[in-house]
Design a protein around this ligand. Structure first.
Ligand code: HEC
Length: 137
């Protein structure tokens, strides 16, 4: 698919030594993930608390307990779920969130492609370390 191709192209553009290859690859994944996030998630989720959004902001989401952003009115189902947003939980959520947690008020999102999930996870990882103080984990 086109995202995979653009990541390959991004890697091919740099003539990279093995020491930096992984960093460059991770950067390319974050960039692809940001694109996909804008396409699939951004209309409901601001990445940070500085922008209003319909869903809760996803800053520092990896490792955070579900339903813990204090200024957001979560569904009872999510608030009481006890989920911790590990990469595996986020994958299951992206794949079939209403199946994973019936009663959530996030409309069904069905991203089956593991590569697309991977890219979005890389992007979420990049906004998880940006400012650890903004939303506590
Ligand atoms: C149509 C709007 C919409 C879209 C699109 C959407 N979400 Fe959501 N999301 C929500 C809402 C609303 C909630 C709150 C759910 C609840 O309280 O049950 C939520 C909750 C979440 C949570 C839990 C946050 C927390 O603080 O516990 C995560 C994680 C999440 N969404 C990730 C994503 C990702 C990743 C995408 C894109 C692949 C996405 N969402 C797309 C509306 C959306």
């Amino acid at each position: 698919m086109s995202v995979r191709l653009s990541v390959l192209a991004a890697c091919a553009l740099f003539s990279i030594g093995p020491a930096h290859a992984l960093d460059v690859f991770e950067d390319a994944k974050v960039m692809a993930g940001e694109m996909l996030y804008k396409q699939e998630c951004r209309r409901c989720h601001a990445p940070d608390t500085d922008h209003a959004s319909y869903g809760p902001p996803l800053e520092n989401i990896i490792g955070r307990g579900a339903g813990t952003y204090p200024d957001y009115d979560y569904s009872v189902a999510l608030a009481a779920s006890g989920i911790v947003w590990t990469p595996a939980a986020l994958r299951a959520w992206m794949e079939d969130n209403t199946g994973f947690l019936p009663g959530t008020k996030m409309r069904h999102v069905g991203i089956q492609d593991r590569t697309v999930q991977d890219f979005i996870l890389s992007y979420l990882g990049s906004i998880t370390t940006r400012d650890a103080k903004k939303i506590s984990e």
